[in-house]
Design a protein around this ligand. Sequence first.
Ligand code: CMC
Length: 431
Amino acid sequence: MTETQKTAKLSLNGQDYELPIFSPTAGPDVLDIRKLYAQAGVFTYDPGFTSTASCDSTITFIDGGKGELLHRGYPIDQLASQSHYLEVCYLLLYGELPTATQLEDFEARVTRHTMVHEQMHNFFRGFRRDAHPMATLVGVVGAMSAFYHDSTDISDPWQREVASIRLIAKLPTIAAMAYKYSIGQPFVYPRNDLDYAANFLHMCFSVPAEDYNVNPILSRAMDRIFTLHADHEQNASTSTVRLASSSGANPFACIAAGIACLWGPAHGGANQACLEMLKEIGTVDRIPEFIARAKDKDDPFRLMGFGHRVYKNTDPRATVLKQSADEVLELLGVEDNPLLQVAKELEQTALNDPYFKEKKLFPNVDFYSGIILEAMGFPTSMFTPIFALSRTVGWISQWKEMIADPQNKIGRPRQLYLGQTARDYVDIENR
Ligand code: CMC
């Protein structure tokens, strides 16, 4: 970030204020309003942060107009096709692609941390069997701070590193355990001879009673879903992690806060909501009815899996996943599945509809990830936990960047107060 000679001028109550302008390496210029309140006595108002940069960052860049997503400068389509999830994790965490030795060392460190403390099994058993796996995930990840005390001191870089590796390594195990618990099957221990994605499929789908061989096409598709969800700059859950950690809270608590935020249907919960919507539509002939509802201003219904705050052209993650969806459906021979027929027809209908074209609403990553996960045999309730485990590395990378930033201070937005002004307390008998 460089401060240019450019400034913006604000005229207020007959006085002029100069606002410095920062020029980023990519993206629009940024007005620096940090001294505005001290100098001019006013706040800015921006609910939803549509025009506000809350931090500076070197990790991920999105150009919503172009439909571009870069991690440390590398385009997501190249990473999805030529790299793999753990290499992308390394890139996000440390800033550069690893050498072969660095990658081997990183993979070994992650692999050695895949098991969870055995006592955590008892913790799971406190949950109802019908609990949503996201509820279990929020609880258990938060509880990691009770099991791994030796990596909660955020002022110690070594402890930060250990906590990061633990979270990346254990999230698939915890998500798979939440699933197994919900269907009444025994927990399956991780297998360190499998890669990250194959190990997750193994922990979700194998049972002690028989052998389970992970299909390499499915583990590749799983790895791609992980890679495409790894980070997405300052979205709601990442901003939640940053805000939570700005108070100095421990990393496990902060990541649990991010998981809680991700759960909502406008964010990570959209993949589950999308599949449930497809099931509700049920048959291709009902699509026009749902399209009409999505366009009706008086109906709160929205087409889940469509639209994005930043992407107004195409979601580059969706482009990659669409191809993956075709491969998986062909492999599994489920192209004729009625639900998937509805998905394909809905996609085409919405893409050709003037309302969706005019408002620049395209299928997003959640539209295709839901289709792939459904075809793989995951219940819809597992879609958002899978998003959460993939995004954990993004949250951690942003958290590490923030802690190491000397400018880091507690987040404390201001408000436009519209309530009562000061008034005297009235005794209960006089109200
Ligand atoms: N279906 C129908 N209309 C829509 C949709 C949709 N999915 N999304 C936006 N619109 C309309 C909206 O009604 C508004 O119309 P108008 O200008 O007439 O009031 C206009 O498009 C702009 O919408 P907005 O709500 O102002 O846009 P936003 O940037 O605040 O919302 C969004 C972005 C993703 C929350 C929204 O598009 C949405 O609710 N989509 C469905 C949920 C979804 O798929 N979320 C996953 C996002 S990708 C994964 C992730 O990052 O978590």
